[in-house]
Design a protein around this ligand. Sequence first.
Ligand SMILES: NC(=O)c1ccc[n+]([C@@H]2O[C@H](COP(=O)([O-])OP(=O)(O)OC[C@H]3O[C@@H](n4cnc5c(N)ncnc54)[C@H](O)[C@@H]3O)[C@@H](O)[C@H]2O)c1
Length: 341
Amino acid sequence: MKIVVTGGAGYIGSHAVQLLLEQGHSVSVVDNLYRGHAAALDRLRAEMDPGDRLRLHEANCTDFDAVRPALEGADAVMHFAALTYVGESVEQPLEYHRVNTGGMVTLLRACAEQGVERFIFSSTAATYGEPAEQPIRETTPQNPINPYGASKLAAERVLRDHGEACRRAGVPFASAALRYFNVAGADPTGVLGEWHKPETHLVPLVIDAARGVRESITVFGRDYPTPDGTCIRDYVHVRDLVEAHAAVLGALEPGDARHYNIGTGRGLSVDAIIESVRRVSGRDFRVADGARRAGDPPELVADPSRIAEEIGWRARFTEIDETVRAAWDWFETNPKGYDEG
Ligand SMILES: NC(=O)c1ccc[n+]([C@@H]2O[C@H](COP(=O)([O-])OP(=O)(O)OC[C@H]3O[C@@H](n4cnc5c(N)ncnc54)[C@H](O)[C@@H]3O)[C@@H](O)[C@H]2O)c1
């Protein structure tokens, strides 16, 4: 198949590109390189020699004329491109809606023009806000509490409305919105990893403390109603996540509008992640205590049973030390990430 991967130079998107190339697909990456790395794709070229099965279209996903050539002849789109920082979204809500909601509109218009029949969207647990029930099911009400989550929920609704219009018009189109929980880890073969600037995710931040790149790691709140008082999240390995995309792609049938939570179903506290990094790295480091941050729910854990029952995907990396080790190994081998080329 020819698959368009928007945001394919980013953390998760590049891991998806790698898997799709392994599976023999042709991949057209659409990325404006705002927060992605051409070096990640260069590494894939060097390791996998995909020839013209891998192309980079340096384009903004909000620019219809720029994205449409990439979609010519495509069988499917995996849409990862987005702005992803919660704090930034509070400062710049219009930019988040322009890129995240508007990018969806532009891509679906281009899909309609080019006859692309399958679409998989990177949604997020942030669309649930502060849910009243745990674990979170796909039917749990979505009430985002920041513009990032709101822009992703709006994009889900644009996708749903477009799918319904296609069904009514008899146009073949199938979609899935995958709501990821906390993504972590790195490509087990060591070629790709996570390199965000700035970094906001817990696993790489704790690893930075273990490597001495940061003085300490701050725990925001120790008075949550959880067993050790710190927030609980569900950490899914990036390789498992991209395998879920491939499985969903293979399962989509015309008319589908699927929604799946993607997580392990297991919650781990901030302290548990710190302990895992200590075990994996064999290093000790300073832990500082900070105040709670506004909008940090005590617990966000997926119920991933729907995707398991419907298409048989479940997370393979269920031991946090395996996920942390993959990330640790990446940073040990690539202390400057993609910056060193
Ligand atoms: N990392 C997580 O834990 C997590 C959790 C839930 C959902 N998600 C979603 O997964 C997707 C990928 O996240 P990530 O962590 O890989 O982020 P990332 O920032 O590493 O990758 C995003 C990519 O999109 C590109 N991009 C941004 N704006 C663009 C635009 N206007 N046009 C074209 N390209 C653009 C960036 O250059 C980058 O390569 C995002 O949609 C994010 O919302 C991530």
